[in-house]
Ligand binder design. Sequence first.
Ligand SMILES: [Zn+2]
Length: 214
Amino acid sequence: METPYIDIHTHRHRTEPDEIRIFSLRMGNGVALPEGFFSAGIHPWDAEKTDAEALTDFPVGNPFLKAVGETGLDFAARNVDPQKQLVLFCKQLDLAERLDLPVIIHCVKAWEEVLSEVKHRNLKATVIHGFTGSRQLATELTRHGFYLSFGMRTFVSPKTMEALQETAPERIFLETDEAPETIREVYERAAEVLGKEETELKERLFTNYKKVFG
Ligand SMILES: [Zn+2]
């Protein structure tokens, strides 16, 4: 069997051939469970309209459930109270710890808070999805054990491309999120930036996937 492409975070319903994908289910929006693998969580943008009560519906024990998330903190989001976000984030981290599931994290302008909440918990794995930022930030995060997932926004940000080059291969994931491009295109771009063969990148990311989500 050929090594599959791994898309660890997508909101798109379309499935491509030769890929393993984790659909991101935003809880509290009345969206039905997708087909195939998924993660489930309360998005920080939904913190005003969705409270912790929604987590009572968390699909514990579903064999396709791969992670908690996306959850996280977005302190640049207007009209969403940071305190409400924080309460939901902590509850979801506790849930992930209890269920021994990886966490997919959305973080904007809240690195300190994310780090301090993650640090004192014993989490299976933490993945920053849609990472953008400097290589200093990337190094700091991987030093704290985070995985970094890169998407199409990487390739319009020179400093994020540097961060990708600087990140240890065993800490990298790729994703489509809401982009119209396919995961194959994300791999092509990333392989170019990394100066690697795509087949080598596929092997590496499949190994990472098995370790974190397998
Ligand atoms: Zn997303």
